[in-house]
Every structure is written in C-alpha cells, then in structure tokens.
Design a binder for this molecule. Structure first.
Ligand code: NDP
Ligand code: OXD
Length: 306
C-alpha cells in the first residue's frame, strides 16, 4: 500500500513517520509533484495538482473535521473522502465554548478591566435561565458541546438537519424549526459544517431573531457569518458581543474591524486543534478497515457536503 501525505502549513515528516509506524508494510511519503500513484492520500489544504496527478486514489483522509475546502477541488470520482471524527477535538471544543460562554455570562472581561484599575467592585449575579444557549449543528462536536454546556445548568437547545434526541437538550430540526430555535436562544454557538445551505446562515435577519442581549460564539467557519451584519447588530445594541475563532479570510487581515472591537473577541482558529498522535491512530485504523472492505466512520456524503 502506498500513501502520500500533503499538509500545507504543517510539517509532513512527523505524519509520515507516525503513519509508517502505525501501518507496517505501507510505503508512506510526503507528496511531491510527479510522485508515483498512491492508494491513499492524507491531506490538509492540498493543491488541486495532487488530485490531478493521483486519479487512482481510493481514499482521501482529511486531517480535520471540516471538508468544505476540499470539496471546492476536483477530487478523483472513485475516491472516498473521510474526515476526522473527534480524534481529541470534541473535548477541546467543549472547553473552548464553555470558556467563552462563562467569560461572557460571568462578565469576566469587566472584572479584568476593574482589576487593571485596582477596583474591587461586584456585578449583580445573572440568572442562567435568562441565558439559554443554542447550538447549531449537533454532530460529533456540537453534541459534546451541548452536553458540556448543559452540565453547567444553562438551558440548552440544539438545531440540526435531521431530528436528534439528546438528553438535557431541547432539539429542533430543519428549516421549519429554525426560527423557533433562534427565538429562544440568547447565546448562539455555531458548529455547522460549511455547505451551500449553511453559508451566510448568521446574518442580520437570523441574528436579529435571537433574544435581546444575544451573544455569538462562532467556532465552525468564517463564511457562516456575515461580518457586517454582526457588527451592525452589536453596534446597534441587539447583540452584546461575540467570540470568533474562524474568519472568512485567515489569518484575519490586520485592518479588519473585529480585531479592535471592544465587544468582540478574536482567536486564531484554535478552538479544536488537530492532535497529531490521536489523528494518526484514527487514520491508520480507518485505512486498515477501508482496505478490508469494512465500514469506515466519517465518510463524507458528497451530496450533503459534510
Ligand atoms: P458533523 O458532520 O459531525 O456534524 C454536523 C452537524 O451539522 C450535524 O448535526 C448536521 O445535522 C448539522 N447540519 C448540517 N447541515 C445542516 C443544515 N443545513 N441545517 C441544520 N443542521 C445541519 O460535524 P462536526 O461536529 O465534526 O464538525 C462541525 C464543524 O466544525 C466542521 O464542519 C468544521 O467546519 C468545524 N470545526 C472547526 C474547528 C475549529 O478549530 N474551529 C475544528 C474542527 C471542526 P445532522 O445531525 O442531521 O446530520
Ligand atoms: C477542522 C478545523 O475542520 O480545524 O478540523 O477547522
């Protein structure tokens, strides 16, 4: 078995060594133009050239959960596209979202500013009941996040494409229930995949339906959010602010108003990082199962786009 590794922005050598160790007998090498035909590719942000030169790939294993960028490329029609599922990301996402939520709910930024001025002053405790959290996307990451938030006793609601039942989470599904989901949400967490149906889903109309004083935590993709609409709703006072980890252009350009907005927090697409060891172990398991003709979790349904 021959595997090529291509990971733009990351060092390939540790992935090559890790996959070689996990798949004895496989030839694993960093992809280069003109490489001999491989059976599988393990990729992050690869160039189109890789797929043009490797039309006989059987499996394309993404080093991340979101496959939106890969689906913009022309992939070999016979190849299965397989995403990471969890591989250590869901716990990171849960801690990141809970941190953003609690920092907002407990007004910790305000306390930090007070402390910077040597001020010992209390804020009135807020009621969790007035901060219902709505999680868009109840997949591998969204479910874990919804349950982690519920453990802090916030009211939690979730929205997905097909109906889900998750203990402690009031579930809504499909376009018909989207408005009802938004109307009872104050803190909106986005964990949707980026598809033609979900692009720009957070806009003036949808964010305007959140409860007054709404807060947005976007940890999925920048193109889910219409930046100007968020800014208008924050500046107009309907929204209290946002914690943003993902952006239309990454790195976020230096002149973008999000950087300096006092009510918007920016982090550099770091809420759930790909953990190399966990990911190599998962990809190796999947490659072996795939080659034995067994079902593999995380195969992308190209018609749904995730
Ligand atoms: P999953 O594919 O497991 O879950 C996707 C969820 O979104 C499912 O519940 C699905 O519904 C729902 N969904 C999809 N389309 C729609 C729609 N049109 N309307 C309503 N619901 C919809 O994805 P993951 O949880 O693994 O990951 C989610 C996203 O998080 C990734 O696609 C990626 O963009 C982002 N991500 C960001 C990271 C970061 O560091 N910031 C790291 C990792 C991922 P159903 O349950 O019915 O299928
Ligand atoms: C992912 C990501 O999709 O890192 O895994 O955003």
């Amino acid at each position: 078995m021959r595997i090529v590794v291509c990971c733009t922005g990351m060092k390939a050598a540790p992935w090559v060594a890790g996959l070689e160790a996990a798949l004895p007998g496989a030839v694993v090498e960093e992809w280069q133009a003109g490489a001999p035909p491989a059976d599988h590719a393990v990729v992050w942000a690869p160039p189109q050239q890789l797929f043009d030169e490797q039309p006989r790939l059987k499996g394309i294993f993404n080093m991340g959960a979101g496959v939106d960028a890969l689906l913009q490329l022309r992939l070999p029609p016979e190849a299965a596209l397989v995403r990471l599922d969890d591989a250590g990301m869901s716990v990171q996402m849960a801690e990141f979202v809970c941190h953003a939520l609690i920092r907002h709910f407990r007004e910790l930024d305000g306390y930090e500013q007070d402390a910077a001025q040597g001020r010992w002053s209390f804020r009135r405790p807020r009621s969790r009941a007035e901060f219902p959290v709505g999680v868009m996307g109840l997949g591998v990451l969204g479910q874990r996040v919804a349950q982690a938030v519920a453990a802090f006793e916030f009211p939690v609601r979730g929205w997905s494409r097909t109906a889900r039942a998750i203990e402690g989470v009031q579930c809504f599904a499909g376009p018909a229930q989207f408005d009802a989901f938004l109307a009872g949400t104050r803190v909106l967490v986005n964990l949707l995949p980026l598809t033609p149906e979900t692009e720009n889903i957070m806009n003036r109309a949808t964010l305007g339906r959140l409860l007054p004083g709404g807060y947005v935590i976007n940890v999925a993709r920048g193109a889910h959010l219409v930046d100007e609409d968020l800014l208008a709703l924050v500046d107009g006072g309907h929204l209290a602010g946002a914690a943003l980890d993902v952006f239309r252009t990454e790195p976020l350009p230096p002149a973008h108003p999000f950087w300096r907005h006092p009510k918007i927090t920016v982090t550099p697409h770091t809420s759930a990082r790909t953990l190399r060891d966990e990911s190599i172990a998962q990809i190796a398991r999947k490659v072996r199962a795939f080659d034995r003709g067994e079902p593999v979790a995380g195969v992308v349904d190209l018609s749904r786009g995730y």
